[in-house]
Design a protein around this ligand. Structure first.
Ligand SMILES: *[C@@H]1O[C@H](CO)[C@@H](O)[C@H](O)[C@H]1NC(C)=O
Length: 323
């Protein structure tokens, strides 16, 4: 197993990215989890300008403005589809939140930062991509040694196609050529995909659980997170969120029930543009590892434990002030 002492979350925040980042930060703080050393941004759930502001907001709410933000791609390599707006126009629920004293971005761009940080933290860094794949594709192109220097690249994107998921998955569709660059440069011991189809199938949680159990945790972070998802939660009575599942599977690997090796690809042309191709093969013939299934009960407990850990801390500090 690779050493995962440090992580970067490459994201298009996005309400589900927000939860993923909060999860990583709380796991780092309360469970001695991997250190989040940077956030990198791209377009996706909303325009990169807003994604950047959302990264600032998330870090401010988490009281972790020490984490540097490196701004990345504003459009896709070749064709830029319209951004998502699944989480509202601003990507975080359109709640009109205006936070002050936000920390500016680093001057270096996301792609250079990915390359440089992979040098500084050689073999110790996992990169987690939960948005469009443009930044990671550019890092691979700019520096062919990038993939060998990082511990692992985890990618929340794509589908294992079946009757229910016979289309392009959102993150894959947002930059199909970037996805192609990534699968061309992937290696099974360096690259793991977490296809959204598998999360929908194996972490098929109800909106009711999200709202009344997870959402009832009385912390500042969960209160914000509930608002960030207020647009998206109305859409379905299921709560199937890819991004927090990806971070969870990285920081707590026993949440993964089954990995498979795959010849993993994507269709560039025609009416199936953005559709994944996928053949399960032995590791020797594979270009990537796939997270095929996850443990639902353990995942729910994990979310409750991590988000509640923050509350216990708060309770203790309140008690101390009282006495
Ligand atoms: C998720 O659960 C709902 C309700 O039990 C079910 O109707 C739906 O088919 C499930 N979806 C998947 C992808 O398993």
């Amino acid at each position: 197993m690779e050493k995962t002492h440090k992580i970067i979350i490459d994201n298009d925040a996005g309400g589900d990215d927000a939860m993923a980042i909060f999860l990583a930060l709380l796991y780092e703080k309360h469970y001695n989890g991997p250190k989040l050393i940077a956030l990198t941004t791209g377009n996706g759930n909303t325009d990169e300008d807003k994604v950047f502001i959302n990264n600032q907001r998330i870090l401010k709410v988490a009281k972790r403005q020490d984490v540097p933000i490196y701004r990345g791609s504003k459009s896709s390599l070749v064709k830029t589809p319209k951004v998502g707006f699944y989480y509202g126009h601003d990507g975080l629920g359109d709640i009109g939140e205006e936070l002050t004293d936000l920390v500016p971005a680093q001057t270096e761009n996301a792609v250079n930062a990915l390359v440089k940080l992979s040098e500084i933290h050689k073999d110790e860094l996992s990169v987690i991509t939960i948005g469009t794949l443009t930044n990671v594709a550019l890092a691979m192109k700019l520096d062919p040694g990038f993939i060998d220097r990082i511990g692992h690249l985890y990618i929340g994107a794509g589908f294992i196609r079946d009757e229910e998921n016979n289309e392009a998955e959102f993150n894959a569709h947002m930059d199909v050529e970037a996805y192609q660059v990534v699968v061309q440069n992937a290696k099974p011991d360096k690259v793991t995909f977490v296809p959204f189809s598998q999360v929908k199938k194996h972490l098929n949680l109800s909106r009711e659980w999200r709202e009344t159990v997870l959402g009832a945790i009385d912390t500042d972070i969960i209160r914000h997170q509930n608002l960030y998802e207020q647009v998206s939660l109305k859409v379905s009575d299921r709560w199937q969120a890819l991004d927090p599942a990806v971070v969870a599977a990285v920081v707590k690997q026993d949440l993964v029930d089954e990995y498979k090796y795959s010849k993993h690809g994507i269709i560039l042309c025609g009416d199936k543009r953005g559709f994944n191709t996928n053949t399960f093969v032995s590791k020797n013939d594979a270009n990537a590892r796939i997270i095929y299934s996850l443990r639902e009960e353990e995942y729910k407990q994990f979310l409750l434990d991590v988000f509640n850990a923050d509350r216990s801390k708060l309770d203790t500090s309140t008690k101390c002030v009282d006495c």
